[in-house]
Design a protein. Sequence first.
Length: 143
Amino acid sequence: METTFIFVKPDGVQRGLVGEILNRFERKGLQVVGAKMLRVDEDLAGKHYAEHEGKPFYPGLIKFITSSPIMAFAIRGVDAVTVSRTLIGATNGRKADPGTIRGDFGLSGGFNMIHGSDSIESANRELALWFPEGTLEYDKSSN
Ligand code: CMP
């Protein structure tokens, strides 16, 4: 079992896609083991996206992520990291396959509705950052 981290970005929340997105994870067989709604501050956004600091899109990304509330989830299941990335699709909605979340609901590369951890190492780092209190059934040794 793995636990991964996803969050529905401001555009996904504003468009009323939280239920639709979560439904895709649940019907696939993945389980929600943590959930919270929050307005991300610059400190958390900077820590989360530290690897992108210095890239041309970074200032816009931080502005976007901190612009309005997001919904964060800890998602658990077999191969949860890889399966979640498959459900989410490629970064750019124009390139994401139909049937994926980004492929079905967007055309943008930046306003792409959802983030999902790209590796087990990222998942562990992001879960510790966003859910410092821990998550249900979440056992760090399982990743
Ligand atoms: P995410 O999966 O959250 O990881 C990094 C984010 O940076 C990505 O989704 C996009 O929202 C954003 N991003 C990545 N590449 C670009 C780009 N070329 N232009 C604008 N935003 C980008």
